[in-house]
Design a protein around this ligand. Structure first.
Ligand code: PLP
Length: 455
């Protein structure tokens, strides 16, 4: 069987039988997609023989690239030793114990408990159950409402999608009635004539307003990503997080930091809340905890919450068959080995991130670029038709889809959210590879400017 035939068959069967996540089923069944066959370092290879530089770390998860053999071997070894046993009914396994311990060592001193899930969505579902149980046990059952932000992404189960602030996902589920949304700190889109600092304070005040409107006695938690990832890499103005933290300090409301993207080094520190100096009560993690090689997520629980949860008897009726799966936890441990025992995190934060930010900054003079923003190794490039008015390029056709498709054709895997091109390159990207990323992106922007006739 020759390689091309094999690819065509795979593609055909994929179209016939495989329903893809976040995909237009009808369009995919008609047109199909790309079969990714292997990956190395920061490159993916498809079955047509294309080599594509990955500027997204998979789906924000393969932060250490695709060639971490230590993680692969740890998983293989674990499968040979103990491929599965559950953590229900008073059982545990060594990798789960060790990873729980390691994550607590890495987190701030007041975090000493971990609950494992398979994904970020399930971890956020778990957080909801934790905060509700916390206030029930404290004898404050009226505190049930959870405040989140518009355009947040917290996952795609019904509860996690309700926490998220994406209107298309709410149309599907209606959203859970105890979840409420406030405006997001997206200065470029919403800031109008305000300076970024003024707007940051305005956006923080939305939280105060919502708390006062709903009544503090009815609110259990506020959940937020340090930087909104899937919503378009929304890096809040410098004034935002200090003002939000001040509000949280004054109120009896738990704070859940969703670190599914920002965790494990993406913003230059181990956790995103360390970059912004906030003080969460609960931490959601997933994605990069295993470098994306195995499914794993979870919740880190602070002593404040854990003391209440453990201070009362009664079963916590929640769990997943694969909570604390030995092979996933082995992948997590091997990932932490790389993060803690090599200089990758340090050099990505100190050398690569500034280089990346500066290289991208060169794009601000491009006719279709309205703003470039970067923090650590996560970045967005906002596309506009008119720089002064920030008029968008192509709202009717979904924003930067045209640019994204040209970039992929040029051998660069990037994403778009609305009119923003977004990136989260692997920490192991070299400076030459950053240059290649920027030149491939520039080519896509040139084609975009020509297509939309922007000069
Ligand atoms: C991806 C993501 C999730 C959901 O994680 P899954 O593993 O896809 O369920 C939750 N929160 C944030 C911030 C994410 O980026």
């Amino acid at each position: 069987m020759n390689a091309t035939l094999e690819t065509n068959q795979l593609r055909q069967l994929d179209q016939q039988h495989h329903l893809h996540p976040f995909t237009d089923f009808r369009d995919y069944a008609a047109n199909g997609g790309r079969i990714v066959s292997r990956a190395e370092h920061i490159y993916i290879y498809d079955s047509d023989g294309n080599k594509i530089q990955d500027a997204m770390s998979g789906l924000w998860c393969c932060s250490l690239g695709y060639s971490q053999d230590g993680i692969k071997k740890a998983v293989a070894d674990q499968l040979m030793e103990l491929p599965f046993y559950n953590n229900f009914f008073k059982c545990s396994n060594q990798p789960a114990v060790e990873l729980a311990t390691r994550l607590c060592d890495m987190a701030p001193a007041n975090f000493n408990k971990v609950f494992f899930t398979n994904s970020g969505s399930e971890a956020n579902d778990t957080q909801i159950k934790f905060v509700h149980r916390y206030y029930e046990l404290l004898g404050k059952p009226s505190k049930r409402l959870i405040i989140s932000r518009k355009n947040a992404y917290h996952g795609s189960t019904i509860a996690a999608a309700s926490l998220g602030g994406m209107s298309t996902m709410h149309e599907q589920t209606q959203g859970l009635d105890y979840i409420r949304h406030i405006e997001q700190p997206y200065w470029f889109e919403l800031g109008g004539d305000m300076s970024p600092d003024e707007f940051g304070l305005w956006a923080a005040n939305e939280l105060t307003k919502k708390i006062d409107e709903l009544g503090e006695d009815n609110i259990a938690a506020f959940i937020a990503e340090p930087i909104q990832g899937a919503g378009g890499v929304i890096i809040p103005p410098d004034t935002y997080w200090p003002a939000v933290q001040k509000i949280l300090d004054e109120r009896d409301i738990l704070f859940i930091s969703d670190e599914v993207i920002c965790g494990f080094g993406r913003t230059g520190n181990l956790f995103g809340f360390q970059t912004y100096e906030t003080k969460p009560d609960l931490i959601t993690f997933a994605k990069a905890v295993t470098n994306g090689y195995m499914p794993l997520g979870g919740s880190l629980v602070s002593d404040k919450v854990a003391d209440v949860l453990l201070g009362h008897g009664g079963e916590f009726a929640h769990g997943l068959t694969y909570s604390g799966h030995p092979a996933s936890c082995a992948a997590g441990l091997a990932t932490m080995d790389v993060l803690q025992n090599t200089s990758i995190l340090e050099s990505s934060a100190n050398d690569l991130a500034p280089y990346f930010a500066q290289a991208l900054e060169s794009l601000v003079d491009h006719p279709v670029v309205g703003q470039v923003r970067a923090k650590g190794l996560v970045a967005a490039v906002e596309l506009v038709k008119d720089k002064g008015s920030r008029e968008r390029l192509a709202p009717e056709s979904g924003g930067a889809v045209y640019t994204r498709d040209r970039a992929i054709e040029n051998g660069l895997m990037v994403r778009q959210t609305g009119d923003a091109m977004i990136m989260s390159p692997p920490f192991v990207t070299s400076t030459e590879e950053v240059d290649a990323l920027v030149s491939k992106l520039t080519l896509a922007l040139d084609k975009t400017a020509a297509f939309y006739n922007v000069k």
